[in-house]
Design a protein around this ligand. Structure first.
Ligand code: PLP
Length: 386
């Protein structure tokens, strides 16, 4: 028998600072969520079923997503998008480095190569003018990441893609509720990927959605999110097994009903939450106009950001972060250019806007737990200088 005295000492609890700072993110859980999830738990029907379908329907009707298939993560959505697009070994996908590693790691997962194009310093999004000269015979797709929720120049990106017969895949993890030329993100490109991870706009704990405009591709998404079995056309036989013939590789990427219940609850009041966010952004932009050493990111009238992040450029960034931290305000770069990772080939000095962006970009709090008085306080602290 184990002697108590020989066990390692218990780990002491971490001490939590008395004054909670204003965080970068919060996780939004609707007050009705617990009730909805509990109903699923009581039903004991936890896996993919009616609620996943209902969640998909509401993603269409309320956010304008086309053929959304609910999945277990945004990364699964990106991976499945590449699979149904037929991107495989030796192929190339062009994308910007200003994103989370998930966007490029899936390209490596399918055996293809991420090819990095430069960004626009003013937005963090891919520069459409830097794509064409990177296209080779192996290029299959352009992946457009809407940094912070601000839509990329989709018209220009689609024009390049059309000229070269490429697919456009959007990483819209930051952009549910965003619009471009009046159309919802999730309805425009061949394939669009969303994330419902904990700190994204709408969370299912973990989850995602993949929208395919082409009905055939949308069917492929549904089949291959569940092992490659077409559930709708594989009835269970008398001997108790589904009748199917597996012809290619599928995945276990579906969302589950207990997670969909959380997603459904969190969709309630989504438009109101978005308009609150927009109001906070207006307050930030007006309050930070003309601050020396600070440059706001671009906002054009032909698109509406989902405002997942509030980003800008500042001089003396480390001092800026420290000045805010001293006043209980979080600030973060969130991500810098991912090309620097060894897996992706290392930092490209030729991507001059990405390198400038890496040096000056910063984000300040923007989330559902933030109110106008906190924003006023943050603006005041920034005006005090750094
Ligand atoms: C969150 C995120 C993802 C991945 O989403 P998960 O749901 O965490 O897998 C992909 N791309 C970007 C840009 C993200 O921010």
């Amino acid at each position: 028998m184990l002697d108590q005295a020989t066990l390692p000492a218990p780990v002491p609890a971490l001490s939590i600072p008395a004054t909670t700072p204003i965080p970068m993110f919060t996780t939004f859980v609707h007050p009705k969520a617990a009730q909805r999830v509990q109903a699923v738990l009581q039903s004991t029907f936890l896996s993919e079923g009616k609620l996943v379908q209902e969640f998909e329907t509401r993603l269409s009707t309320e956010l304008g997503l086309v053929n959304p298939a609910a999945l277990n993560s945004g990364t699964s959505a990106l991976h499945l998008a590449l699979e149904v697009a037929g991107v495989g070994p030796g192929d190339e996908v062009i994308l910007a480095p200003q994103t989370f590693i998930a966007s490029a790691i899936v390209v490596v997962q399918v055996g293809a190569k991420p090819v990095f194009a430069d960004i626009q310093y003013e937005t963090g999004n891919i520069n459409p003018a830097d794509i064409e000269h990177r296209i080779t015979a192996r290029t299959k797709a352009i992946m457009a990441v809407h940094w912070g929720g601000y839509p990329c120049d989709l018209a220009e990106i689609h024009a390049v893609a059309r000229r070269h017969g490429l697919l456009v895949i959007e990483d819209a993890a930051h952009a549910p509720g965003a619009t471009y030329q009046g159309r919802p993100i999730g309805s425009i490109s061949d394939l669009t990927c969303f994330s419902f991870q904990a700190i994204k706009h709408i969370t299912t704990g973990d989850g995602g959605a993949l929208c395919a405009r082409c009905p055939e591709m949308a069917r492929e998404v549904l089949r291959r999110r569940w092992f490659g079995i077409d559930r709708a056309h594989s009835p269970v036989s008398e001997i108790g097994e589904r009748e199917y013939d597996l012809t290619d590789v599928g995945f276990k990427y579906h969302l589950s009903d207990y997670a969909a219940a959380l997603g459904l609850a969190n969709l309630d009041g989504f438009q109101e939450r978005m308009s609150r966010r927009r109001a906070l952004v207006r307050q930030y932009r007006e309050g930070l106009q003309g601050v020396a050493g600070l440059q706001l990111l671009e906002q054009r009238p032909d698109r509406e950001s989902a405002h997942w992040l509030f980003g800008m450029h500042v001089e003396n960034r480390l001092q800026f972060i420290r000045a805010l931290k001293a006043k209980g305000i979080a600030a973060s770069v969130v991500h810098d250019g991912i090309d620097h990772n060894t897996l992706f080939g290392g930092k490209r000095l030729e991507l001059t806007n990405q390198r400038r962006f890496d040096d000056t970009q910063i984000h300040i709090p923007l989330h559902d737990g933030l109110d106008a008085s906190q924003v006023a306080y943050i603006i005041e602290v920034i005006h005090q200088g750094w």
